[in-house]
Design a protein around this ligand. Structure first.
Ligand SMILES: Cc1cc2nc3c(=O)[nH]c(=O)nc-3n(C[C@H](O)[C@H](O)[C@H](O)COP(=O)(O)OP(=O)(O)OC[C@H]3O[C@@H](n4cnc5c(N)ncnc54)[C@H](O)[C@@H]3O)c2cc1C
Length: 579
């Protein structure tokens, strides 16, 4: 037990981007008696990728890793800058290419609302005003949410300063988009991401649509290095600031007494005490499986879990191909392609007949034989990401790195037994590759040097990600992001337990989710401190306060409560640790 301190202010479960961001944020605000427990042997979680046969496979995050520009950084960008992590970020002008052969669409959109609107106008004339109007509205709503996530003003201020947000909050994305009277072709180009995700715009709140669209078409930068390196830097920085980060330490239980967190117990049996626990794991796993005793799980927490639908899980083919992207027919960074535009994903697992089809068709389909849907999963759009065009340092020299991903419901693999699993995986990979070759025109298969196929099963095995769902919960009108923002306290079902990323809060996954969870904990510490105005000495952590009342980093280390004894690592730790 002397491996750990007697007590921590905050214990963070998961050394992923969200977990490490939360740790660094807490430290920067003066709370450094923090422990991060990671079940794997490397930081970064899903974003870390892995090394195989000397090749570094990086999971690309072109969608939501929005850092903004150097001049106008997003909250994430500003945080990474403040932490000294902005070395490898370079502007990337391409937003995405969308290829829909059956709809005669092949267009590449670039950053900047006006530029993207002009590009859509070039293929669907007469749409500039509508598209720019929609994008500007998305931006206004986005900026309002940025303000409102910190401070919810009175009714008058809301009407005066956030009128567009108020006007649109009660409507679905489809309802608001329809007011711009855009031809369907322009809507299809704009909405490729949503078809890919399998989210119906009839049920996605416009507010959430706006948050994503405003960032997608804004000027942005991408990390030139593999995200694993960024995660490693975050870990090193955290450790250098006095935060304890431990690998190969799986948290088995979150200990709760009288509605309040006491700490955690690891799979090795260590009981560690802390005032707060931040979980990067889904509430779906935490409440039903990890809270001990289970009698401490409030009914409302279970209702919360049952009322949220899990997002999709990926079927991803990650390849290195000999030669340059151009030689392999790959012309751009990020492509959505599809033969259909059905955004309603079925929740059904692959049927026996579908599994049978996948297993028995003798040869993978070539070009014209590609299945009509263009996608072997229940979803209808595939993404192709070629990091050569954005993160050159993540690609082995002389090779092309290509990721093809289709999203499937988390239930897709439910009926596939162990004996069939590898054949199904291989077959899905064949179909994804053939579908891409169909639009790229160059059959690069003879030059593939490494290939890795990832499914929901891979991700849940490797990272413990609940059912392999990679995007948290499906956005829905009944869980409107603004309502959740206002109900934060009611959603704190167990005192001292916060969630980072994976839809634990309204901020989303990865770094923003981690920052939000850290802020929730800091606010709670502040509240407790203010309530404790008796002047008595308290053992509660005290975040440092700035003159404006906000917490801020004073640069002074917080006194430690008991030093860490020399680490007596268990054999498993010694074998697995890799830093
Ligand atoms: C193939 C693929 C493609 C993707 N593409 C994109 C994309 O294009 N755009 C995008 O925005 N996102 C994408 N994502 C999703 C993105 O990677 C994740 O949403 C994001 O990395 C989640 O970060 P997180 O920090 O919230 O959680 P995670 O990365 O899931 O981290 C959770 C951490 O907790 C650890 N852990 C789990 N259980 C325990 C336990 N019991 N005790 C201790 N530690 C535990 C895990 O090992 C992990 O490190 C993709 C993911 C995959 C797999």
């Amino acid at each position: 037990m002397d491996f750990y301190k007697e007590r921590y202010d905050v214990i963070i479960i998961g050394g992923s981007l969200a977990g490490l961001a939360a740790a660094l944020q807490l430290q920067s605000k003066g709370v450094s008696n923090v422990l991060v427990l990671e079940r794997g042997n490397f930081p970064g979680g899903q974003a870390a990728g892995y090394v195989q046969n000397g090749f570094e496979f990086q999971i690309p995050l072109p969608g939501t890793m929005f850092v903004g520009t150097k001049k106008e950084p997003s909250k994430t960008g500003q945080f990474l800058h403040d932490m000294g992590m902005d070395g490898g970020w370079q502007p990337v002008s391409e937003c995405y290419r969308v290829v829909l052969p059956d709809f005669d669409i092949d267009v590449t959109l670039h950053a900047g609302y006006e530029r993207a609107a002009r590009e859509i106008n070039a293929v669907v004339p007469g749409t500039y005003d509508g598209v720019i109007g929609l994008m500007n509205l998305c931006r206004q709503v986005h900026d309002s949410m940025d303000v409102l996530s910190g401070n919810w003003p009175g009714r008058m201020q809301m009407m005066m300063k956030h009128a567009e947000f108020v006007r649109t909050a009660g409507y679905s994305a489809a309802e608001i988009i329809s007011t711009f009277r855009l031809p369907q072709k322009a809507v299809d180009i704009l909405n490729a991401q949503w078809v890919y995700m399998g989210y119906s715009l009839d049920t996605v709140p416009f507010t959430e649509y706006a948050l994503w669209m405003a960032e997608c078409f804004a000027e942005n930068r991408l990390c030139q290095e593999p995200l694993a390196k960024l995660a490693l830097k975050m870990q090193k920085k955290a450790e250098a600031s006095g935060i304890q980060v431990e690998f190969c330490q799986e948290v088995d239980k979150i200990l709760v007494k009288n509605g309040k967190v006491l700490g955690v117990r690891t799979a090795h049996g260590d009981e560690i005490h802390g005032d707060y626990v931040i979980s990067t794991l889904y509430p779906d796993k935490v409440y039903p499986q990890m809270v001990e005793p289970s009698s401490e799980v409030p009914q409302n927490a279970l209702r919360f879990v049952n009322s949220h639908k899990l997002s999709a899980a990926p079927v991803s083919v990650i390849m290195t191909i000999d030669g340059t992207p151009e030689e392999n027919g790959i012309r751009n960074h990020f492509t959505f392609f599809s033969n259909t535009l059905d955004d309603e994903a079925s929740d059904e697992p692959l049927s026996d007949a579908e599994v049978e089809h996948i297993l028995t068709d003798a040869e993978p389909p070539l070009k014209d034989d590609v299945p009509a849907k263009g996608c072997p999963t229940n979803y209808d759009c595939i993404t192709a990401v070629c990091p050569n065009y954005a993160s050159q340092a993540a690609v082995p020299e002389g090779y092309t790195l290509l990721y093809l991903t289709a999203l499937a419901p988390v239930t897709a693999f439910q009926n596939i037994g162990e004996d069939a699993y590898h054949d199904v995986k291989r077959r899905l990979a064949d179909e994804l590759i053939a579908a891409y070759i169909n639009i790229s025109g160059v059959d690069f298969r003879p030059w593939i040097t490494e290939v890795e196929v990832t499914t929901a099963v891979t991700i849940s095995h490797r990272l413990g990600t609940w059912k392999g769902a990679i995007y948290g919960h499906v956005p829905a009108m009944e869980h409107h992001v603004a309502a959740r923002l206002r109900m934060k306290k009611q959603e704190r079902f167990i005192e001292g337990l916060a969630f980072a990323g994976m839809d634990g809060n309204d901020a989303g996954i990865q770094v923003p989710g981690g920052l939000e969870a850290a802020q929730d904990v800091l606010n709670d510490m502040d509240e407790k401190r203010n309530a404790d105005d008796s002047g008595q000495k308290t053992d509660k952590p005290v975040p440092q306060k700035g003159t404006d009342g906000s917490s801020q980093n004073t640069g002074k280390p917080i006194p430690e409560e008991g030093a860490v004894a020399p680490k007596q690592k268990k054999e498993a730790v010694e074998n697995g640790k890799q830093n």
